[in-house]
Structures are given as C-alpha cells and as structure tokens.
Ligand binder design. Structure first.
Ligand SMILES: [Zn+2]
Length: 272
C-alpha cells in the first residue's frame, strides 16, 4: 500500500467501533505489538470494506478470496458439506493468481541492479582479503582490483544491506539465505566486473520442527515448518564468498538466548 492509502486506512481503523465481545479493539497499523486476535479480527471483518475504495477493486476482490476462504474454514459450516470444498476453491484461486496480482504493483521506476554505495574494507576482513582475492583473481594489485560496497539492489528492486551500511539503524536487511546456508553480509565487493557478497555463515543447529515433536500435529507440520523456519547457532567461524546474482533471500531473524530462528522472505509484498 502507498503511504497515503495507509494513512487513510489508519484513519478508518481509528474511528471504527466494535461489538462489545471483541476483547480488543483494533489499533492502527502504525502501532506496534498488534495481537493475533486483532489481526484476525481485522482480516475477517474489516479489511475488505475498509480498503474497498482505497485500492483497485480487482486487488480487493483477490484479497476477498483469501478472507472468505479462511472465514469459511474458521467458523460453522455455512455451506453444509460443501463448506470445505468452497473454501478450498477460494484459497486455491487466491494462491494461483497471487503472483500475477502483485506483479502489477511493482514500482514503475526500475533502478539498475547491482552493488552500490562504495566504502573501504571492513576491519574484520583485512587479514583474509588477500586469500579471498587470490581465489578469484590472478592480478598483483589487489588495492586497485577489489572495491567494497555497502549495499546491493537485487533485480527485483529489493535493496540488501551489509553490516558495513551503518545507517541501517535498527533494521536487519543483511541476514540472508544462500543455497542452503545462512549468514550476515559483512560487505559487498566487486572484482573483475563480478559482484560478490562476503557472508559470515551461521551453521544450522537443529530443525525447527523438533520443538513440536510431541504434538499430534507433528507429522503434518514437520515438512512445512522446516521449509519456512531454521534454527541456527549464534556463533560463526566461517566466511563465504557468494555471487550476488546467485539466489540470495533476505531473512527475518528472531534472536533467542541460545539460537537464532530465521525465516526467509520469498514473497516481498507479504510485508508491505
Ligand atoms: Zn585482482
């Protein structure tokens, strides 16, 4: 959603009245710490009528497939024995058209992909940079050959940060999944017209589904959970040099006392 649309939506939410049995009213989107019930109530009851005039009707209708699909599964069987089938049809159609629907919302100004925001070598790489260089280049003039950069724009227009990007404030846009590995991007670099990320790797500690091994849902949940969530060690002993154009997926990182729990973001508009 655009900023203006979001402000309008927040305005609608802030004046909205609720049935007395709603334990919580819905706070506006700009407030943090929304509770699951607030999000559910918002999704089930309010989002469709509220965004109806704000965004294109076709986009709202597409969202309607999801909202009504979930509501059918959540409540009494309003269509009798057919209820689950109707919900399945709505959700499959939603899923099927998802990519196409959001394709059209992509920004119209397309910036060139690649590394940018040049910087100097990060301190923690000084020791190892000559061996990194030797692994990809034969020349003898490392200082003129390798350049370092703070940021990288993916061809999907998402900007990845590195730890060298000090203006990132509290945001975490430097933690990535690459192949089946995970880590923090220390810096980006270029060498001989090729662009790389130097990544501090965090090894996998255990499966996320292990936490639920005693649940009756374990058998069902295991595969999907382990597709979306990964439990990592908090210590790292290894650096990897990775082609920026190989598949890098940004991750949401939850820091626990004894581990990191990360979840790769595969669909970026999920979080708009
Ligand atoms: Zn060189």
């Amino acid at each position: 959603m655009k900023r203006k649309q979001r402000i309008l939506l927040d305005k609608k939410i802030s004046v909205q009245r609720f049935p007395h049995f709603f334990n919580r009213t819905i706070r506006t989107l700009k407030e943090t710490h929304l509770k699951a019930t607030e999000i559910r109530n918002f999704l089930f009851f309010f989002i469709l009528p509220m965004v109806r005039n704000l965004i294109h009707y076709d986009t709202v209708a597409h969202l309607g497939l999801f909202v009504t699909g979930i509501r059918l599964l959540h409540g009494p069987r309003v269509f009798g024995d057919k209820t689950a089938d109707v919900a399945h049809d709505l959700l499959t159609t939603f899923y099927h058209d998802h990519e196409r629907q959001y394709e059209e919302l992509k920004p119209s100004i397309v910036e060139p992909a690649g590394v940018f925001d040049e910087t100097t070598i990060p301190v923690e790489l000084v020791q190892m940079i000559s061996s990194v260089h030797a692994s990809i280049c034969q020349c003898q003039v490392l200082n003129q050959c390798i350049k370092f950069y703070r940021r990288f724009r993916h061809k999907n227009q998402i900007i990845f940060h590195s730890l060298a990007y000090t203006k990132r404030q509290s945001s975490v846009s430097y933690f990535v999944k690459y192949n089946s590995l995970f880590g923090s991007i220390i810096t980006f670099m270029s060498c001989n017209d090729k662009q790389y990320a130097i990544i501090k790797r965090y090894p996998i500690k255990k499966l996320f589904s292990d936490y639920f091994v005693s649940s009756p849902y374990y058998g069902r949940l295991m595969k999907p959970l382990d597709t979306f969530f990964f439990v990592l060690e908090k210590v790292s002993f290894q650096f990897d040099l990775v082609d920026v154009y190989s598949s890098l997926y940004m991750c949401v990182v939850i820091e626990e006392d004894d581990c990191l729990i990360v979840s790769p973001i595969s669909v970026y508009h999920e979080h708009d």
